[in-house]
Design a protein around this ligand. Structure first.
Ligand code: B12
Length: 358
């Protein structure tokens, strides 16, 4: 049995220890050059890297790992400003070489061969980025977004960065009173704000605390719209929305269930961390027309696939939708999983449900 599949921190910790040791052997002088904090980060990144690689192997989707490699390379470039681009490139490539060498005796040969494909493609991606530079996608450019509303998101972020909680609290309410509809407030302002906040955090322009403050305040601010959201007469249909496993990114699913409520559905938002049996029981009791499963971090994708299999076998007529950031790199996998629909945002799902369920 391989260590890679044993979910025990101690044994994984020993593997990570070997990977770190190997990396320092490959790059003489690196250990002394890195501050203590960076050495800790590097270890943590081996844990993260292993979890993304495991997801890629489980689902036979190398893109999951390649995206993670790209994300980490860019993130570290913002984080470790004291390291040149050439040094960073070498450090990252050495990191994945160390990972590959140390995994050789840990994985069954078929999985190891696939891990090699993932790691090789990851290294090629680093080399490509080193050659061509980063091509960051501007916030607000997601399909279907309307550029005319970009300034509203920018204004709200300015309030947040000024820590003007009072004005920020009233912002969405004022937009609504000014005639903007709830769907546009959610998708054209709140979603853009959150994506932009993610970019600012990624580029080290705001702190983790500022990101948390924005998320908390925004959640509270949109709750002022609930009297309107719940004012639509019921259409007799029920939907359940939840995040898979330990997924903590729940605002997207919260917004989806709110918009379904606003469209007249009886929506049950279960949040994150719902045990599989509890979810199945809720489905059995509530008999929803639709269940929406959200995944942001790819580590939860396998559980999502299992959840669909369970739901399909127990409730064959239930419509199942999947979505969230984790699907962006693998936008067609939902078909293989026998889900009914994947859409990139809440608007797409509501349109699909109104046409296919009502
Ligand atoms: C806020 C936030 C958090 C909060 C979440 C709080 C909460 N209550 O939700 C906290 C602090 C918990 C958090 C933690 C982390 N985060 Co975070 N987070 C974000 C941030 C800034 C915003 C998320 C959000 O609310 N987006 C707004 C909503 C509306 O958008 P959405 O989720 O995409 O949902 C829409 C669509 O995807 C779709 N959709 C979603 N679900 C579904 C389901 C169905 C069925 C359908 C059809 C559609 C659909 O419809 C939604 C509405 O239109 C994002 C940035 C980003 N780009 O999203 C980073 C981000 C997602 N986080 C990131 C990271 C790395 C982390 C951490 C690992 C950080 C760390 N080092 O600790 C942890 C991991 C936590 C975990 N174990 O899951 C990365 C993920 C990178 C990656 N793909 O690997 C991002 C992208 C930041 C970045 N720029 O790098 N985070």
């Amino acid at each position: 049995m391989s260590l890679f599949y044993i979910d025990e921190a101690d044994e994984l910790s020993e593997l990570v220890q070997r990977m770190s040791k190997r990396q320092y052997e490959q790059s003489p002088g690196l250990y002394d050059k890195l501050p203590e904090r960076a050495r800790k980060f590097m270890k943590r990144d081996f844990f993260y890297g292993i979890s993304y690689l495991k997801s890629a192997i489980d689902l036979k989707q190398e893109q999951i790992f390649v995206s993670y490699v790209r994300w980490t390379y860019e993130y570290l470039t913002y984080l470790m400003v004291y390291v040149t681009r050439e040094q960073m490139t070498k450090q990252c490539i050495d990191f994945y070489v160390a990972m590959s060498v140390c995994l050789k005796d840990e994985l069954p040969s078929e999985d190891y061969s696939f891990a090699q494909v993932c790691i090789q493609q990851g290294i090629q991606e680093i080399e490509r980025l080193a050659r061509e530079g980063f091509q960051r996608i501007e916030t607000g450019e997601h399909p279907g977004s309307q550029e005319k509303h970009n300034q509203l998101a920018a204004d709200y972020i300015a309030l947040i960065l000024r820590k003007d909680s009072k004005e920020a609290m009233q912002y969405f309410l004022k937009l609504y009173q000014g005639g903007m509809n709830i769907e546009d407030i959610y998708l054209e302002v709140v979603q853009k704000v959150m994506y932009k906040i993610g970019e600012l955090w990624f580029e080290k322009k705001i702190s983790v605390a500022q990101e948390h403050y924005c998320t908390a305040l925004t959640q509270t601010a949109i709750s002022q719209l609930y009297s309107t959201i719940f004012s639509t007469p019921p259409n007799g249909h029920t939907m359940i929305g939840c995040c898979i496993g330990g997924e903590l990114h729940e605002l997207g699913m919260r917004m989806i269930t709110d918009l379904f409520t606003h469209a007249g559905w009886n929506s049950l938002f279960l949040g994150a961390g719902v045990p599989e049996e509890a979810l199945l029981l809720t489905v059995k009791e509530q008999k929803p027309d639709l269940i929406a499963l959200s995944v942001t971090m790819p580590q939860h994708l396998l559980l999502c696939k299992h959840m669909i299999e369970e739901l399909r076998s127990k409730t064959p007529d239930l419509k199942i939708a999947v979505g969230g950031k984790a699907f962006e790199d693998i936008p067609d996998i939902w078909r293989e999983w026998n889900a009914d629909i994947y859409t990139i945002d809440a608007r797409g799902l509501i349109q699909w449900a109104q046409t296919n369920i009502l």
